[in-house]
Design a protein around this ligand. Sequence first.
Ligand SMILES: CCCCC/C=C/C(=O)SCCNC(=O)CCNC(=O)[C@H](O)C(C)(C)COP(=O)(O)OP(=O)(O)OC[C@H]1O[C@@H](n2cnc3c(N)ncnc32)[C@H](O)[C@@H]1OP(=O)(O)O
Ligand SMILES: NC(=O)C1=CN([C@@H]2O[C@H](COP(=O)(O)OP(=O)(O)OC[C@H]3O[C@@H](n4cnc5c(N)ncnc54)[C@H](OP(=O)(O)O)[C@@H]3O)[C@@H](O)[C@H]2O)C=CC1
Length: 306
Amino acid sequence: MNAPRSFTPKTFRPEDDGPDRPARGLDEEALRQQSTIYREGMLDGKTLLVSGAGSGMGKAAALLAARLGANVAICGRDPDKLQSTVDLVRDEVGTDVLAVPTNIRDPEAIETLIGTVHDHFGGLDTLVNNAGGQFPQDAIDFSRKGWLAVIDTNLNGTWWMMQEAAKRWRADGKPGNIVNIVANVERGMPQAAHTCAARAGVIYLSKTLATEWAQWNIRVNCIGPGVIETEGFRMYPEEALARFHKANPMKMRGNAWDVAEAIAYLASPAARFINGDLIIMDGGQAQWGVIWPAGIPDYFREDGAA
Ligand SMILES: CCCCC/C=C/C(=O)SCCNC(=O)CCNC(=O)[C@H](O)C(C)(C)COP(=O)(O)OP(=O)(O)OC[C@H]1O[C@@H](n2cnc3c(N)ncnc32)[C@H](O)[C@@H]1OP(=O)(O)O
Ligand SMILES: NC(=O)C1=CN([C@@H]2O[C@H](COP(=O)(O)OP(=O)(O)OC[C@H]3O[C@@H](n4cnc5c(N)ncnc54)[C@H](OP(=O)(O)O)[C@@H]3O)[C@@H](O)[C@H]2O)C=CC1
């Protein structure tokens, strides 16, 4: 079953949310309300670069890092989305975020991005590769262009970012830290095989680099979110959205702040001995349910799938 291409994005309002209703995640007002367990100043003097930070998890991660004292640089394709994060941080924290519109599929643009961050802040401590996405569709129906778009963004784009950051760290003799946002691919991901392939690639790339790059004091870890309600949910039909949270035993959706706090942890000194690992944040979905992002196929519906 193909996802409708004409699916119309809706604006999320917190009052629309509820256990059985689709939602679009924490809006700016809700982000401002989030509290954190971390101490003030935890990331003082650290510089983070967060990709895909004009929305969703990236925006939350940028805000939390800035609140904790970090210098924050962000990238994404849409300058207006990036500006919304710059404005939010300035208003909420009082600091300036460096926004560099960049398509992570373009390795030359990434070279410029990494250079700009170093020039502006005098270095980079943690690279957060969060930019990415996919569309829900049965694999057999993928167009060549669609397959390539998802692989190029999620696998190649993430790799260009990692390589460019690491080259600079090696050249400068500085330690480095990479956090890659992937997905929960342990049991595969029906109707998202392209992203499953790309994310599995990133996970095993990261495990490999964790060894290769340890000699330069560069750590590489991944976070695998399950169902996290964000603006990204616009990609999915209502039928799938209404069931997403039923695929984990906690029967809930995570939010962007959950992931932002995991990113902050990996960016902090508390994580200095964590390397080559994958933190799954999915309420137990890996052990239990299936999300069917394009809707349940009839073959499985008869079996009473979640
Ligand atoms: C997987 C389930 C997990 C459930 C929980 C996870 C949720 C999330 O991950 S939420 C975050 C999601 N956010 C996004 O996915 C947003 C970013 N996504 C995208 O920008 C696109 O999906 C992209 C990755 C394909 C971006 O590529 P881009 O080149 O910008 O995209 P185009 O729109 O130009 O499309 C290229 C090509 O891809 C095919 N295609 C795109 N959308 C669909 C679709 N809905 N159905 C079928 N095919 C699609 C298509 O071949 C496109 O080419 P054209 O036909 O020439 O447009
Ligand atoms: N929400 C969820 O349940 C899950 C999400 N994920 C992944 O987590 C990450 C964050 O997702 P989420 O916050 O939910 O979704 P969003 O769609 O809100 O965020 C994705 C961000 O990636 C950016 N992006 C996409 N393609 C590119 C590109 N080629 N170059 C630069 N930036 C790009 C987008 O910005 P712009 O359009 O401006 O380029 C956007 O801000 C994504 O990789 C997503 O696939 C994984 C598992 C579950």
